[in-house]
Design a protein around this ligand. Structure first.
Ligand code: UD1
Length: 328
């Protein structure tokens, strides 16, 4: 199934991978990105690229009124510690801008919406794996800003008949298998991104935040999902909505955890190099273990991950990083 879609944040990490797959599936794709974090070169060829801001209501009305049947909304701010320092900035970028986008969808009659939510809505959960119906008690403004959008979606759906899928991402990593795009954020805090920056000589060493967690090897455990599989979940979610599917909130992970030490070991195997590490105290706000209960999305959307392989995740991340900085 195909049509004309708006991808906000389509020059960013996850949005650009998804925009590529939407094009490959035969959709007309309009990308709206203000390039505050995105990169023009990551937006796939074949998409119409509009440099602009979500806060520009006239622009939104014009784009949404041009025959768009669905919105995939990636644009937003994503760094947890930054959200603690600048909560109002996060509520503006993530919550208020989405409010404006939803309002424009209602006004222009765009009835299908896919939203980038996050496992951060669960906060400091003790449930492993964590199901979608677990309590949502975010511990950062970032998580709260995303949860507020889930609520706006729920209520807008009830009042105006909008249908949506909110995908709660776990730890997204890896890059396009042909290294056309990948994670490019400056001052990255994500484990795999930091580790590949060490391997490519951009940082001296990797700090392991906490070796005393109640996990098998004492380091934090996360559910790492390859960005290409995550992008495909959006394509499946769009098919589902176009097939008259009703509103859903779905975890997006593989349902299995890897520790910080296992991630480092995988990177050392694929690069054949030792990564200099140092033990450091726990990072504020980190939980010991966060793993998705991952069955619902497979059952409902027929999503079949194809890159559920930690070595592939870290190898593609490394290949992209080498290319990005001109080593590969
Ligand atoms: C990530 C995202 C968050 C998202 C969440 C969903 C950030 C910073 N985090 O959180 O947006 O909502 O997934 O689950 O944007 N680690 C180190 N050393 C480092 C970096 C990380 O030891 O230099 C450890 C962390 O303590 C943690 C694991 O690696 O145990 C993963 O950390 P990270 O990649 O930052 O992701 P999360 O904090 O899990």
């Amino acid at each position: 199934m195909y049509g004309k879609v708006l991808v906000t944040g389509g020059a960013g990490y996850i949005g650009s991978h998804t925009a590529q797959q939407l094009l490959d599936a035969g959709n007309d794709v309009v990308i709206l990105d203000n390039l505050s974090n995105g990169h023009r070169a990551m937006a796939p060829e074949g998409a119409r690229f509009v440099r602009g801001d979500l806060a520009d209501r006239a622009l939104l009305a014009e784009i949404l009124g041009s025959g768009i049947d669905a919105v995939l909304h990636f644009a937003g701010s994503i760094v947890v510690p930054e959200s603690v320092a600048d909560p109002l900035g996060y509520y503006r970028n993530n919550t208020l801008n989405t409010h404006g986008l939803l309002q424009a969808c209602v006004e222009q009659g765009v009835g299908q919406f896919i939203f980038s939510s996050t496992a951060a809505v669960y906060g400091d959960t003790a449930l492993v794996p964590v199901p979608e119906n677990a309590p949502t008690l975010p511990i950062s403004p970032y998580g709260a800003s995303k949860l507020m959008t889930e609520w706006m979606l729920r209520d807008t759906a009830a009042a105006h008949g909008l249908r949506y899928v909110a995908l709660r991402y776990f730890n997204v990593a890896g890059a396009d298998l042909r290294a056309r795009r990948g994670q490019s954020s400056k001052n990255a805090t994500h484990l795999i991104k930091v580790a590949v920056e060490v391997l490519t000589g951009q940082r001296e060493k990797l700090a392991i935040f906490g070796g005393d967690y109640p996990t098998d090897d004492g380091t934090g455990v996360r559910d790492y999902i390859h960005v290409v599989d995550l992008a495909n979940a959006h394509v499946k979610a769009l098919d589902y909505l176009r097939g008259d599917g009703d509103c859903q909130v779905l975890n997006c992970g593989y349902g299995k955890g890897s520790s910080v030490k296992q991630v480092i070991a995988a990177l050392e195997r694929v690069s054949n190099r030792k990564i200099p590490v140092e033990m450091a105290p726990r990072r504020a706000g980190d939980v010991a273990e966060l793993v998705a209960e991952a069955g619902r999305i497979r059952g409902l959307l027929g999503w079949q991950p194809e890159h559920d392989d930690l070595e592939l995740i870290v190898r593609t991340a490394l290949d992209w990083e080498r290319k990005r900085i001109g080593l590969g």
